[in-house]
Design a protein around this ligand. Structure first.
Ligand code: G4P
Length: 531
């Protein structure tokens, strides 16, 4: 066991995934409240505007200090350090979300019990499933008229393709919501509405078959008891390994707004969610308790705090110990970095950070030295893999209204591109830049930010392309030489992206098929993993 093992073991790093309005903000706030990281409810609320991202985007900008400070939250609960990473709510920012999900070890899925599994949840889950991320399920809003719990369980199983193992089971719903039966502790936790209750103060009745429960809760209790019988017969036992492998998800019922069921979720995170594990790099697998520091940048946010106007690179520590003032090497560029003002994120405030361990997220202010996907080490040449970039599906060309501002436009776009807000392509022929996005809203955001952060009024215009594919060629198929032949023969439709990766741009999907037939040795990728 290394000296760092105890620190690694007490870390839990997770994200909440949900469809807008399911209760993510509310639950986040209650988790912070129950862990003691904040004292009063309401402080995360300011961030809420973000769920109306389309219309209120400018408004969000004003609140950015708050919204971003809460994009990573650290709290201590029991003996654990819990890092909660926020994921942007709007689906147009889903690329950003996918990258955030590469930095977590578990996900908490919040489901609105009235609506069941909704589209955004489904999409995010696919990403988690692809990575075998363990998922905990919280069924929220039991204080409303919602779907029957058996039907919900069934739907989640079908949609997720994983086995649901209920840890609690609701007694009634809406006006008749009586609380939850805890199948493992053999007790009922009685529901009292209201936001004032704090951890450990709810009423508990021991024994699931305690006759007092039938007397007090009547038909809803009888129904719940019957359902539990069914569930016990049908659902398999919870197996920790199956949960860690993403095959089983423990399910909890509650009502976040009423502080109900929140503590179970916190406990489950501590008891069930994994501590940081090994992470693959091209060169080797990196163990979290290794003595030497390493980490990977999974998110960059520019000009977060209007008072600082800096860019913060969010880095997940993969191994070792980060200490304030230490030297770090950016493996891609070989540059050395010695940031004095590395920040951590305790609830609402940025705080200066003294040390961090595997699983922790640190924020490094920098001016363009760090890019998405960068690996930082104490010197070793390591490159972590797996940070995804998706081929854009929407394209625009961009030029400046005032030609004297061309330089600012390029600088602004380079930064926004490095941040992952948009993908910027430089066509091999011609000088006009191309923007690529997965969601339409990304263009609006970029135009707004170019104007307000870089002082450039940009004209964003339709472009003829609709399909992009990154192109590579394996050594066995001719490698660089064959790739160059392809590039030379197709320069009219080739561009370089932010990291100079050659990209084929096409008008129609049919052209892609033709290209694949004509160039069998070239590989066309819809997904680029940073390497
Ligand atoms: P989001 O971040 O996933 O988008 O959801 P958010 O927490 O903002 O919650 C969406 C709405 O659902 C909010 O109501 C919130 O109060 C409500 N809500 C959250 N948990 C529960 C719950 O357990 N029961 C009930 N009944 N409602 C819940 P809102 O009217 O949009 O906002 P507000 O006026 O309450 O602030």
């Amino acid at each position: 066991m290394s000296d760092l093992t105890p620190q690694v073991r007490r870390r839990r790093t997770f994200a909440i995934i949900s469809h807008p309005d399911a209760g993510k903000t509310t639950l986040t706030e209650k988790l912070l409240l129950f862990s003691g990281a904040i004292q009063i409810a309401g402080s995360v609320k300011a961030r809420k505007a973000s769920r109306h991202a389309t219309s209120d985007w400018m408004e969000i900008e004003k609140q950015r200090g708050i919204s971003v400070a809460s994009s990573v939250m650290q709290m201590e609960y029991r003996d654990c350090v819990i890092n909660l990473l926020d994921t942007p709510g709007h689906q147009d920012f889903s690329e950003d979300t996918y990258r955030v999900l590469t930095a977590v070890d578990a996900a908490l899925m919040v489901i609105d019990a009235a609506n069941g599994v909704e589209p955004q949840t489904r999409r995010l889950l696919q990403v988690c499933r692809a990575r075998n991320t363990p998922i905990l399920t919280f069924v929220n809003k039991m204080d409303r008229e919602v779907q029957e719990p058996l039907a919900l369980m069934d739907e989640i199983e079908r949609e997720l393709g994983m086995t649901v193992v209920p840890f609690t089971w609701p007694v009634g719903m809406g006006k008749f919501f009586g609380g939850v039966l805890d199948l493992r502790k053999d007790q009922m936790r009685v529901f009292t509405p209201g936001e004032d209750r704090v951890a450990g103060t709810e009423e508990i009745v021991e024994g699931l078959s305690n006759p007092a429960l039938a007397d007090r809760f009547g038909a809803p209790y009888e129904q719940a008891a019957g359902e539990i019988e069914l569930v016990r017969e049908a659902a398999p036992e919870f197996e920790h390994e199956a949960f860690l492998g993403g095959q089983q998800t423990p399910m909890f019922f509650g009502s976040a707004v009423n502080n109900f069921g929140v503590q179970e979720v916190l406990d489950a995170l501590v008891d069930l969610a994994p501590a940081p594990g090994p992470r693959p790099a091209i060169q080797r697998t990196v163990e979290p308790a290794e003595a030497k520091f390493s980490g990977v940048v999974f998110k960059i946010q520019a000009n977060m705090d209007p008072a600082h106007r800096d860019r913060i690179a969010f880095l997940r520590v993969a191994s070792g110990k980060f200490q304030r003032g230490m030297r770090m090497k950016v493996v891609r560029s070989g540059k050395e970095l010695r940031p004095n003002t590395v920040v951590t994120f305790m609830s609402q405030k940025r705080e200066l950070l003294d040390e961090a361990f595997a699983g922790d997220i640190i924020g490094i202010p920098n001016h363009g030295v760090l890019q998405l996907g960068d690996t930082l080490t104490e010197g070793e040449a390591l490159q972590f893999t797996g940070l995804p970039f998706f081929a854009p599906e929407l394209f625009r060309s961009v030029e400046v209204a005032d030609p004297l501002k061309t330089k600012q436009l390029r600088a602004g776009l380079t930064q926004l591109g490095e941040e992952g807000a948009i993908q910027v392509f430089r066509p091999m022929l011609g000088s006009m830049l191309l923007l690529g996005a997965v969601g339409q809203l990304q263009f609006e955001v970029v135009a707004h930010r170019l104007e307000h952060e870089y002082g450039v009024k940009a004209r964003i215009m339709p472009a003829r392309f609709n399909v992009a594919r990154w192109v590579t060629c394996d050594e066995a198929d001719g490698g660089e030489k064959e790739l160059k032949r392809f590039i030379d023969g197709n320069s009219h439709r080739l561009a370089l992206d932010a990291v100079d990766a050659p990209t084929l741009l096409l008008e129609y999907a049919g052209e892609l098929r033709a290209c694949q037939e004509n160039w069998p040795k070239i590989k066309f990728h819809a997904l680029r993993e940073h390497a």
